[in-house]
Design a protein around this ligand. Sequence first.
Ligand SMILES: [Ca+2]
Ligand SMILES: [Ca+2]
Length: 409
Amino acid sequence: GNSAENCPFPDTWAFSQGCLSKRQVLSTIRQMQKLLSTQEAAQLQGMRNLKKQLTVLQNSVHKQILPDPWPSCPHLAVPMNGRKLGRKALVGHEVHFLCDAGFHLVGSETRTCLDNRTWSGQQPFCKSINDCASNPCANGGTCVDGIERYTCLCPSGWSGSNCQSPVTGLDIPIVLRSAITSSHLHALVVSISALLPDVDECQLFQSRWQTRICVHDCVNLPGSYRCICPQGYLLNTDLNTCNDVDECTNSQHNCSRGEICVNVFGGFRCVRPECPKPRHNTSYIKTSAFQCERNPCPMDSKACRTAANSISFHYLPLQSNRTVPRVLFKMSTTRFVGDSLRFAITGGRGHSTFAVQRSDRQTGELILTSPVAGPAVLEVELEMSEFARRVLLGKHIFRVMTFISQYEF
Ligand SMILES: [Ca+2]
Ligand SMILES: [Ca+2]
């Protein structure tokens, strides 16, 4: 209320404090303005301070580490060629590892997230299983390990997943064996070999009986091969088979005087056929190198009548394991005067492998009945008896000695 009527003086304003002059009013206004400015400045400063404090508070709130409600371990990688079971990496959880087929796990199968937020155990990896561990490649093949498989690198001449088969394209001897002679065989194998880098023909063909290129043994040569024969044999001109050396005819034997050289397969034997000693009025005389005849003796003596009229010696060379039955020897007489002949085995070592049979009226045969593996010597004594009206006219003894060689050739 600035009503002038309430104040008795001109140029005066009534206030709650009373009537004030114009000068006093102006002075009061200036003081109030000053006060407001001061308050405004103070408030502004206060606001700025408050803003600053809010910023500091805000920053401190941002920076403050709050306690982790879900403590966990670092991420674990999945192993190559394997799998990881379990996705959670929280403290107390487990993760399991597996490998794909063909691999095995090296390291920890299970890892646990520990309280210190690290994993237990070691990081596993999957290692390929060695498929070559069983040495599956035959014939010198090289094994290359793969995943759940292996590959054999075969040496020349072998094929198949395990190098178990000879190369079929070269398997010619078995196909042609029946159609070609052994001298052709050598030429054929050498000409096949000439088309290829050196082939070990011996390994390729000799190892199996059906495709053998050498009757005895084989030596590989660059671009070729050579058959070799054991001692006592010479390589035949067919370059495949072995021929026995006849030591007796070319004087390569060392038989002493009085001995007879008998050629056998792979060697020779020195024999000394001897007539029986005189006994009970009977005696023998040598009529040839292999034959003894009984001297005349009194026929009223039983010893004389039962003694053989002749004893002959026979030496037979034979290879090992010959097929049976096999006729080894035939006996007959040129001076047959009776009406029947009887043949029998009367002794000798190993005579169970022999049998005797009549082949015609005047001839008997000694037969080998089971195969014999050499080296061996078999002896058998045969008797041929001549009868007339069932009366014994005479006996002839055949002593047969069979020399069986070590080899089948
Ligand atoms: Ca060769
Ligand atoms: Ca010989």
